[in-house]
Design a protein around this ligand. Structure first.
Ligand code: GLA
Length: 376
């Protein structure tokens, strides 16, 4: 069984777009192992769009790997990725062309799934562009879900329909293990905030074996690469990463893993945050947002070991005091219990608090704690 926990890995799109080739994949695989990313759980290395020639082979009808980017075909690339202990992912699309205008798998689903299986693919991201007008998205995801199973190989199915067609209501039934729920992320504060806000009402549908995917992380991009946009600061990256973790989303790195700085590496390998993301029960957080506090998010999540995650996110441009009333989490004053907090970023003691907790949160930043119930 795969995807009992939110899938983790690296995807080429955010930084590299069409500038991908065999050496980038080999170097990224090496970096994932040598920097301890694989050990932290980042196991899938995924090549996104633009890996093929513009047309299928006229004789075999198969998609052809790009002769300059992947001169040896995909099998040796997959073999190398596997030799480093990683799993290998690729990309296709349910329409006649991919989003970047390469051949899509429409009406070739079973042929292409078989080809991916022959390459040694363990993960398929399946996009939603250029669908013939009369076709229904649900049916096309179901088709690829079935085509992947027909190969007999265990392949994680990553459905990427950007939250269209009310994806939350049917995607689990299509065999998908994760599903994109929003449009494409760019590396700006506005983008990750809008994405996170848009999914707060949808998280009940996300659960083991089929997780809500809020897109590849921009953490560590600092404005560089294809979706670089305005770029974010480290406070934003802490907030983005912590939101994805509290929401139990797949964690697909989108920065250049070969050139991550210390701060980025420390953040994405933070054991406490990863444990919250990978918590086996994957419960959605309770949101404690008051109506007049739209630029603040308070998230409180039940964890399987009996503890809780508490996150306070300041989406405003000013440093602010933020207050959580424990009554809203299910803990009234009459319970005679308190919450003992430990900061997940530096392990410091956040004190024992009863009824409420107040703290300063800097603009764009967050505070995240592991909370344990103590009897008074
Ligand atoms: C869509 C997807 C992106 C990326 C591109 C590739 O926009 O949402 O994540 O895969 O296509 O063209």
């Amino acid at each position: 069984m795969i995807a009992s926990r939110p899938p983790m890995g690296f995807n080429t799109w955010n930084t590299f777009g069409e500038k991908i080739d065999e050496s980038l994949i080999r170097e990224s695989a090496d970096a994932m192992v040598e920097k301890g990313l694989l050990e932290a759980g980042y196991e899938y290395l995924v090549i996104d769009d633009c890996w093929s020639e513009y047309e299928r082979d006229p004789v075999t009808d198969r998609i052809v790997p790009h002769h300059e980017k992947f001169p040896n075909g995909m099998k040796p690339v997959a073999d190398y990725v596997h030799s480093r202990g990683l799993k290998f992912g690729m990309y296709s699309c349910n329409g006649v062309r991919t989003c970047a205008d390469y051949p899509g798998s429409y009406d070739h689903e079973f042929l292409d799934a078989q080809m991916f299986a022959e390459f040694g693919v363990d993960f398929l991201k399946y996009d939603n562009c250029y669908r013939p007008g009369s076709t229904d998205g649900k049916t096309l995801y179901r088709r690829m879900g079935m085509a992947l199973r027909a190969t007999g190989r265990e392949i994680l199915f990553s459905a990427c329909n950007w939250g269209t067609d009310d994806v939350w209501s049917w995607v689990r039934s299509s065999g998908a293990h994760m599903y994109r729920s929003t449009g494409d992320i760019v590396d700006s504060a506005e983008s990750y905030r809008n994405i996170a806000r848009s999914q707060m009402k949808h998280l009940d549908a996300s659960a083991p074996f089929c997780f809500n995917d809020m897109d590849m992380l921009t953490v560590g991009m600092y404005g560089k690469g294809l979706v670089g946009s305005l770029g974010c600061n480290d406070a934003d990256y802490r907030s983005q990463f912590a939101l994805w973790c509290l929401f139990s989303c797949p964690l697909m790195l989108g920065c250049d893993v070969r050139n991550m700085n210390e701060e980025t590496l420390k953040l994405v390998t933070n054991r406490e945050l990863l444990a919250m993301d990978q918590d086996p029960e994957a419960r959605p957080p309770i949101f404690l947002q008051a109506p007049h506090e739209e630029d603040r998010i308070f998230a409180f999540k039940f964890l399987s070991d009996g503890s809780y995650a508490l996150g306070l996110f300041n989406f405003s441009e000013e440093d602010r005091d933020m207050v959580v009333l424990f009554n809203d989490t299910g803990l009234p004053a009459s319970a005679r219990c308190a919450l003992k907090l430990t900061d997940v970023f530096d392990g410091t003691d956040g004190g024992v608090h009863r009824e409420h907790f107040r703290t300063r949160v800097n603009a764009h930043d967050c505070r995240v704690f592991r909370a344990r119930l103590v009897k008074l």
